[in-house]
Design a protein around this ligand. Sequence first.
Ligand SMILES: CCC/C=C/C=C/C(=O)SCCNC(=O)CCNC(=O)[C@H](O)C(C)(C)COP(=O)(O)OP(=O)(O)OC[C@H]1O[C@@H](n2cnc3c(N)ncnc32)[C@H](O)[C@@H]1OP(=O)(O)O
Length: 309
Amino acid sequence: MAYLVCSAFIRNRGLWLPGLRAVREMSTQGGPTPPFSTLSVTRPASMVTQVELHRPEKRNAMNKAFWSEMVDCFSQIAEDPECRVVVVTGAGKVFTSGIDLMDMAGNILQPTGDDAARTSWNLRRLVKKYQETFSVLEKCPKPVVVAVHGACVGAGVDLITACDIRLCTQDAWFQVKEVDIGLAADVGTLQRLPKVIGSRSLVNELALTSRKMYSDEAKSSGLVSRVFPDKETMMSGAMELAEEIASRSPVAVQGTKINLIYSRDHSVAEGLEYMATWNMSMLQTQDVIKSAQASMEKKSPKEVPFSKL
Ligand SMILES: CCC/C=C/C=C/C(=O)SCCNC(=O)CCNC(=O)[C@H](O)C(C)(C)COP(=O)(O)OP(=O)(O)OC[C@H]1O[C@@H](n2cnc3c(N)ncnc32)[C@H](O)[C@@H]1OP(=O)(O)O
């Protein structure tokens, strides 16, 4: 009996996951999706979730609500069996203008605590909390494709470097702006950008001078993998890419993301060890047999019905 209740609970988790209430089916119109005030979460295609930064009138500046909502949103997406890939976009004129300079100033500039130690500890807690806002993108087992148009400033670069695939429009530009507002970028850029861009010298130049990098250089340096003429074309490209990923076995796709990230941060020998342990269970999936058979029969992965994960 306990087993039956338990398996029904697992089978139906898509019905009780509160996050699913936030998904607006097949629509990219409208404002933020409750319970979010800064994000619009939609399902533009089967198994694809689109998360749009949604404060266009403020150029998607990241206010206090945003820093928490991203964590809630991606924690739900990570557990949502109806989602196999995520596309992150920005509403309005630009992708994002970075941290909300009006809303966040108090938090950072006037930290509180009974003495220096406690004030420092509170500030540390705050920085760790903000780091988690983008680390959730990396921790999410579903691949995250980010599509950037116009400006991507400051914390925007922290965000995109935690994504798996970066696309942009011809008019996009990127700016590691933190030195201009008197701080060392502390929520991911300094840690992840050097892993994304091959040239350490270029990373240092961008972070130390805050000069803008335009789309052509973003492509040639490896920050983005594709540049599109405009947002509409980019969105078609992003959706095509997302649907390609979503059509593959979720066991294979999520295992690939997790092992790629593990290998980035470990030696080849450690990565191989991790991979062997990973696949000692994952190779037992039905997906291998189904995929291999489809491949032999020259069928597209889109024709293979994989179980939800
Ligand atoms: C522990 C935390 C760690 C995190 C650190 C993160 C640091 C950073 O992100 S540093 C980067 C901070 N951002 C900026 O310096 C960018 C400021 N904005 C701009 O340069 C321009 O807005 C932009 C080029 C992005 C777009 O220009 P555009 O002409 O299209 O728009 P504007 O007329 O300038 O702005 C329209 C309204 O949006 C408000 N706004 C824009 N950016 C921000 C922002 N970052 N914070 C708050 N509000 C912003 C702007 O005030 C306008 O509002 P309103 O006057 O009410 O219409």
